[in-house]
Ligand binder design. Structure first.
Ligand code: ZN
Length: 261
């Protein structure tokens, strides 16, 4: 269970592979196979697999180590398989974002600087279309105006095995009513981030990812994540946590959810 992993440093090989993953994904819209990584980094099969193991422990990717070709499933902010968030650049589909939350950080990637990144997604409950346009990490337009992100898995369970389930639990919802309908559909409660709260949540990672070549591992420390989310003003009571007590909470439409049920 890779939570609370002790601090460690990425090897040179891991840093090289991570940089290559980002460059390749931004350029091609998909992850590389082993040969592409070999061509791009000069590393051997064994060195690449060792690097992937480090990178997964440091929450930089998800690979399927039960496969001989070590399938790359995710390298946030990107996903190899279809997700709720399509990334369109220059009017064309580029790639799938890892999840609704990560989609907000895609336009922070250096190769996408000064490009309009359009995220096309859907409400988790009714599949109606939603979209967001970002530029250099700033949201410049979106629909609907009530758009928010529903997170139906507590940070206490994030990365229990890997980040696949965490990402899958982060979905767009049209408004509070749709959020509650989705919760009934999946028989699970959750927490709702406004777009602004979600953007503030992903910004520290988005602003350092790929900008800083030797950036260290991420660690899943559930209590710290919860404290950070609470500090953004998010009502975390849907995860069974105590809610933030901030002045003015009642004026925010999303803050009323906790008391209405
Ligand atoms: Zn809906």
């Amino acid at each position: 269970m890779p939570q609370n992993v002790p601090e460690f440093r990425f090897s040179e090989g891991a840093l090289k592979v991570r940089q290559f993953l980002y460059e390749y994904w931004c350029a091609n819209g998909r992850g590389p196979n082993l040969r592409a990584v070999h061509e791009g980094t000069g590393l051997t099969r064994e060195e690449i697999i060792e690097a992937y193991k480090e990178l997964e422990l440091g929450m930089m990717c998800v690979v399927d180590l039960s496969t001989q070709n070590v399938h790359v499933l995710k390298a946030p902010p990107f996903s190899s398989y279809p997700t709720v968030a399509e990334v369109h650049v220059d009017g064309r589909f580029l790639a799938y974002a890892g999840c609704a939350m990560e989609s907000l950080a895609v336009s922070m990637m250096p190769p996408l600087s000064d490009k309009q990144v359009r995220i096309e997604g859907y409400c988790a409950c009714c599949l109606d279309a939603v979209w967001i346009v970002s530029l250099n990490g700033t949201i410049v337009a979106y629909e609907p105006k009530s758009l928010a992100i529903h997170v139906s898995l507590s940070p206490r369970e994030w990365n229990n095995t890997n980040i696949v389930h965490m990402c899958d639990a982060m979905n767009f919802v049209f408004d509070p009513e749709h959020a509650e309908r989705y919760e009934r559909k999946i028989c699970r409660r959750g927490v709702v981030f406004s777009l602004d709260q979600a953007l503030r949540f992903v910004t520290p990672t988005g602003r350092s990812r790929m900008w800083q070549y030797d950036r260290g591992p991420d660690y899943m420390r559930p209590q710290r994540v919860l404290d950070f989310i609470r500090s953004l003003g998010v009502d975390v009571s849907g995860w069974g946590e105590s809610a933030p007590k901030l002045p003015g909470d009642r004026e925010k439409p999303w803050a009323r959810r906790g008391t209405s049920r």
